[in-house]
Design a protein around this ligand. Structure first.
Ligand code: 1HN
Length: 348
């Protein structure tokens, strides 16, 4: 036996004897643990809204929102089965609440955002203040806040949920509880937080502070406002070759990201615009708000139609092409990565 073969045999013996003691050799693993650049276990994928919506309506015939607690179809990344993850750190689901239904009040450590897909007039109540929702509004439920949903209208309401479930799971730090009553008592009239904090101003003596956390006073970012801001930016600033016209949603309390673990932004790509390829370490979930175009993600190409959802994993090369004026909403774990000193991007 050659010396090399003899070494191999002895090492394999050693591994076999170590294994029952829960010990394994780093030198066999090092190359997969420490890589020159990210190679995400997540796949890129597009979910067609029309297809998801059909399944969700069928679920609506079979289970009530109250029975389900939340009637949601999870968008599971094709290469992360069983993990309730659309990227390694984030969760996404399509939720529906039918006329007359309520989704009972609870709170948990996880942060959530809602991005409205269709319906008008249903609400999410956060800490007892209702956000009356319209298509493409962004509504936040920061971790630890009581929230319930209700639909007093006569049409279904559907939105995309984005949560940091896999992040909180990673840190093993999850708590949750139900409220004694199904619905949180009203603490403030609808629109209070938006009036007080949604105009780049704040009340001089913090009258909402009893109900809304001082560190996170705003939880409703209406479509009408963000869409107008995007148009204003497009009229007044040169376009970014990699992003298009892009605006990030902010927490007015500190000028930082909207929540502790989730960042969100919107972009406008004018018809005929092609973005230069860009990579970033924050795997991102996009919702098509308006227009048509294509997303080139690495080697794959996805046609983009209104309300479709596309996931772009960490460090994938993304190029976007707008056939008609294309408006996108995106969310990611960028803020978590920045806090941990991990975030990187690269523009070609
Ligand atoms: C949750 O609280 C909601 O409040 C939706 O609508 C989806 C997924 C996992 C854990 C909590 C909601 C959720 C969730």
């Amino acid at each position: 036996m050659s010396l090399a073969n003899e070494q191999k045999r002895l090492l394999e013996d050693l591994y076999e004897q170590m294994a029952p003691n829960f010990l394994t050799p780093l030198w066999e693993m090092l190359a997969t643990l420490v890589k020159p650049e990210p190679s995400s276990p997540a796949a890129s994928h597009r979910w067609s809204y029309r297809e998801m919506r059909d399944f969700l309506l069928r679920a609506g015939d079979l289970i009530s929102a109250e029975q389900a607690e939340r009637r949601v179809l999870i968008l599971e990344n094709p290469t992360l089965p069983g993990l309730s993850a659309i990227t390694p750190s984030l969760y996404a689901g399509l939720q529906m609440i039918l006329p007359g239904e309520i989704a009972p009040a609870h709170r948990h450590s996880q942060c959530a955002l809602r991005f409205v897909m269709e319906g008008s007039g249903a609400f999410t109540s956060v800490g007892g203040e209702k956000a009356i929702m319209n298509p493409f509004d962004l509504v936040l439920t920061p971790g630890g806040e009581w929230h319930d949903h209700g639909n007093p209208t006569d049409i279904p309401m559907i939105w995309l949920d984005g949560l940091d479930i896999p992040t909180v799971r990673l840190f093993d730090a999850t708590f949750a509880e139900h409220l004694d009553s199904k619905v949180h008592p009203e603490t403030m009239p609808p629109g209070s937080s938006l009036a007080a904090y949604g105009q780049n101003m704040r009340p001089m003596h913090g009258h909402t502070a009893d109900y809304r956390p001082v560190a996170q006073p705003l939880f409703h970012y209406p479509f009408a406002k963000w869409r107008a801001a995007l148009d204003g930016l497009a009229r007044t600033s040169p376009i970014d070759p990699h992003l298009g016209h892009a605006l990030e949603f902010l927490n007015p309390a500190d000028g930082g990201a909207i929540m502790n673990t989730i960042s969100a932004h919107v972009r406008l790509l004018p018809a005929g615009f092609s973005s230069a390829p860009r990579q970033s370490t924050d795997g991102t979930i996009f919702v098509v708000v308006e227009g048509e175009g294509t997303a080139q993600v690495g080697e794959r190409e996805f046609a983009l139609m209104p309300r479709d959802v596309v996931v772009v994993p960490s460090w994938s090369k993304l190029g976007l092409e707008a056939r008609k004026d294309l408006v996108l909403f995106g969310f990611s774990d960028k803020v978590s990565q920045q806090k941990l000193g991990l975030y990187k991007e690269k523009c070609a």
